[in-house]
Design a protein around this ligand. Sequence first.
Ligand code: NAD
Length: 290
Amino acid sequence: MNAQTAQILDGKALAQRMQTELATEIQRLQAQIGRPPGLAVLMVGNDPASAVYVRNKERACEKVGIASLGQHFPTDTTQAELEQMIQTLNQDQRVDGILIQLPLPGHLDAVALLTQLNPNKDADGLHPLNLGRLVRGEAGLRSCTPAGVMRLLQEYDVELQGKHAVVVGRSILVGKPIALMLLEANATVTIAHSKTPNLAEVTRQADILVVAAGRPEMITADMVKPGAAVVDVGINRITDPSGGSRLVGDVQFDSVRRVAGFLTPVPGGVGAMTVTLLLYNTVWSYSQQR
Ligand code: NAD
């Protein structure tokens, strides 16, 4: 027996289509600009998850024709050394996008480094100027994960105007910018977080539920309004009873898919979109060189 199941928001397929389009766009622009676009990912230390993300980003760059001009620094790199590198990359004509892979080792101040970026090369949209533009609803480089979520909802014609959107999580990286983008799309937005009492009561009101809490499978079917669009931003590695490890989101996929109208899988949902929006941002900055 198979009752209604949610339509899957296939981030992987959309990401592939967008990357094919980007590759064509890069070829066209390169004929005018005379060099390929360049993205510099700065990684400090040896966090294994970060290393995987950086490798994925470099592979995606290669696929579409973006030069990877990144640097890998040892864990004991100083703030001053990184600031120096950022100044060099800000000046480097071959570099259109700069990304500081987070989290950084504890002795480094990520916010201070982000403010040193040339805002026009801020591929992750986290410079205060770009966040300010988002708050004001002005054009500018947008944070990749939230922008990827919006693009995915748009692709599947999920209606936002006048709908109630609930965002679980209020980080500057995901929760807050997503809430602002949903507001920009004329949704009525509620932001829930770790201090919100009766979370299930809040999430059950959501026509669009975006979850970015970093809590494995915390959203269960009883917390979801029938027919809602559920976007799972979480990426959590858990150990299963057999001792193996696997990735799960913040949403309990198997139960929620029987209630929701739309649902993103993990992996293959938002994560695939994030990398693609990073490429998109880099190409957008590059296109300004014409
Ligand atoms: P974070 O730890 O900075 O923020 C988590 C937020 O969730 C906080 O605002 C907190 O108040 C809220 N929260 C925590 N526990 C909660 C609870 N029990 N109930 C309600 N709210 C709760 O994390 P982040 O950087 O925003 O990332 C969130 C998740 O998204 C993580 O799993 C991360 O790995 C994932 N992520 C995925 C992508 C992607 O590309 N798919 C990108 C960035 C982050």
